[in-house]
Design a protein around this ligand. Sequence first.
Ligand code: FES
Length: 262
Amino acid sequence: MAAQVSPVAAVAKSDHGVGLWAQLRRATPWWAQPLAIVAVLGAFTGYSIWTAFFGPGPNHISEHANYLSPFFSPLIWKTGPVTPALWVLWAPLGFRATCYYYRKSYYRAFFWDPPACAVGELRRRGYRGESRLPMVLNNLHRFFWYPAAIVVILLWVDGFASFDDGGHLYLGLGTLILLVNAVLLSGYSLGCHAFRHAAGGGLDCYSCSQAGKARFRLWRWVTVFNGHHATWAWVSMFSVVIAEVYIRLLQAGMPDPHILVK
Ligand code: FES
């Protein structure tokens, strides 16, 4: 006969399994997370501005052989009075800056509004939420989804185009980096809360709505990505920077490990 375990012992036992992570989180001071977010988002913003406006190369474009940086794709104009990144970056950066998850992160980290769960407001001013400028602009998030999704599709095209080296099959580390970046950005965009709502929200009854079944299937599929939206948000941000830095390094003379199939 199986030994009886008291409810208290069962809780203690299960606590032991997840205990390490929980204990670590409890032992970390509340300000550590906002500080880390300020550092990472600040570095990302600083790097984006540097590469778009001050990076080396003609018109600051980050490209090498068959690779094009995600910061400059699609390359609409190569020459002109302004950096070509400007024609592209407004869409993914606007999408990211207005993302519900990032909003939570930077409201806490940058504006201390409030800085963390169970920590009171530090600001004296009244809370106005997102009802006034400039924060009201965050409501544009759902509209940013469409241009940002087009950019992600074009990044897939760039990834596949990088297999081609003058009619020969080119398998480079850069190709892999560009494709992984496209996968992670797709996971981030597909898990968007606004897209999830567009897919299956606002309906009281799927079976009585037009295309209800298809919308329900899409909503369920999007929900898989949505459940880990924060993770997709961070890993896709890092992958964009890794792809960009890698191409800058190739531009500077670093070799790209590859196999060329003739
Ligand atoms: S909520 Fe994060 S991308 Fe839409």
